[in-house]
Structure formats: C-alpha cells, structure tokens
Write a protein that binds this ligand. Structure first.
Ligand SMILES: O=P(O)(O)OC[C@H]1O[C@H](OP(=O)(O)OP(=O)(O)O)[C@H](O)[C@@H]1O
Ligand SMILES: O=c1cc[nH]c(=O)[nH]1
Ligand SMILES: [Mg+2]
Length: 211
C-alpha cells in the first residue's frame, strides 16, 4: 500500500522502547511503564504545532519577555481498554487536558467494534481532540470512535497509535481524511484473526494482565 497518509515518529527513544514492548518476554509491569513513556514521547512530538503567545515574567535578575501556550483546549480520548495505558503519559505533558472515555471492544468473530461506554467533556466541540489507542488493526474501532466524536460535535481530531496495520490506516484515511494519524510503526499486515503482524499481541491483555 503506497498512498497511506500517516506520520511515523522515528525518534530513537521511541523506537528503542517499542522494541522492548513488542518482546513476548516483557511482563505486564514493564509493558505498562514502557507504554506510558512512549505515549509521553509521542505527545511531545504531536504537540509541536501548538500556538504560543507572548508573555512576560520577572526572573531573579529582571524582566523577561517569553512565550506560553495560547490556551488551546485539548481533549484526550482513550479507547477502552487499551487506550487507558497511554493516558498518564500524555497527561504528564498536557496536565490541563480533559479526558473523554470511549468504550469499544472488537467482537472476536466478526472483528467489528461494539460500543459499551461513552463519557465526553461537555465542551468537546471546542477542544482539539487526540484519540489514543495502542493498536490500529482493521480500523473499525477507530472509525467508530471518530464517528462518535463527530456526532457529539468534535471537529479537530488527531489519532495517536503505537502500532498500525496498513489495512487499518487505509480504512481510517478513506472514512475520515481530515484526521491526522501519528504512529511509532507501520507494520506488515493483519493475520487471519485480525492481529497485527508482527505487532505486539493483544495490547489490552498485556497491559492489564488478562489472559
Ligand atoms: O482496528 P481494530 O480491528 O478495530 O482493532 C483495534 C482495537 O482492538 C483492541 O481493542 P480490543 O477490542 O482488544 O479491546 P480491549 O482494549 O478491551 O482489549 C485495540 O486496543 C483497538 O481498540
Ligand atoms: O494486533 C492487535 C490487533 C487488535 N488489537 C490488539 O490488541 N492487537
Ligand atoms: Mg484487547
């Protein structure tokens, strides 16, 4: 697939940590820690364009003209469950962000997403939204989450995933071309069970120690 619209974050620290997170030998505690760290590093990259405004403070030596964020309101939207593993990393860099939760699980037979929870900030329509989920596989869950946000007035939406499959990127690009996607890796393909190859297995199970 050649014409995918996606931003791959190749920062060496992210790539290094991703190697360990993929490893089958990495246990739950370390997996969680690595995912949080990578989420923080990815948040650093995707906030590069946030607008600044001039301000002034007084240092111990005297007045200093400097910059501060110009009050852009951000909403972080984890897709449950696995997206929860990225929330704290993002909030470390953007502590004033509000968090909206979208609960979706993938039916194991049909691979289609099933919605079971939704709680969004009341001013979701005014916020720059960042959907977070470690895995973008068929794309069904992300498209359902974006549909839901847009139905609730969400306009300005980005997507941050740790690992993606080309098939899923194409589905999201086609359904929501306005949504910018950021990832640490575009993997080879999906297998017959809808898992990303080589991927990292089931992210939710690895974060929460289920299975
Ligand atoms: O692109 P898709 O084919 O929709 O698959 C990706 C989804 O699958 C996983 O969630 P899962 O359904 O395993 O739920 P969980 O996070 O509760 O484990 C993952 O965290 C994504 O949300
Ligand atoms: O590889 C995959 C695909 C969907 N969900 C996961 O957690 N992993
Ligand atoms: Mg899962």
């Amino acid at each position: 697939m050649t014409d995918l619209k996606i931003n791959v974050i190749n920062h060496p620290l992210i790539q290094h940590k991703l190697t360990f997170i993929r490893d089958i030998e990495t246990g739950t505690k370390e997996f969680r820690e690595l995912l949080e760290e990578i989420a923080m590093l990815m948040a650093y990259e995707i906030t590069r364009e946030l607008p600044l405004e001039d301000t002034e403070v007084t240092t111990p030596v005297g007045p200093c003209r400097c910059k501060r964020l110009s009050g852009k309101k951000i909403g972080v939207i984890p897709i449950l469950r696995a997206g929860l593993g990225m929330v704290n990393g993002v909030l470390k860099l953007i502590p004033a962000a509000k968090v909206g939760h979208v609960g979706l699980y993938r039916d194991p037979d049909t691979l289609t997403p099933v919605e079971y929870y939704c709680k969004l900030p009341t001013d979701v329509h005014e916020r720059e939204l960042v959907i977070i989920d470690p895995m973008l596989a068929t794309g069904g869950s992300v498209v359902a989450a974006i549909d839901l946000l847009k139905r609730n007035g969400g306009k300005n939406i980005k997507l941050m995933c740790l690992v993606v499959a080309p098939e899923g990127v194409k589905v999201v690009n086609d359904a929501h071309p306005d949504v910018e996607i950021y990832t640490a890796a575009v993997d080879e393909r999906l297998n017959d069970h809808g898992y990303i190859v080589p991927g990292l297995g089931d992210a939710g199970d690895r974060i929460f120690g289920t299975k």
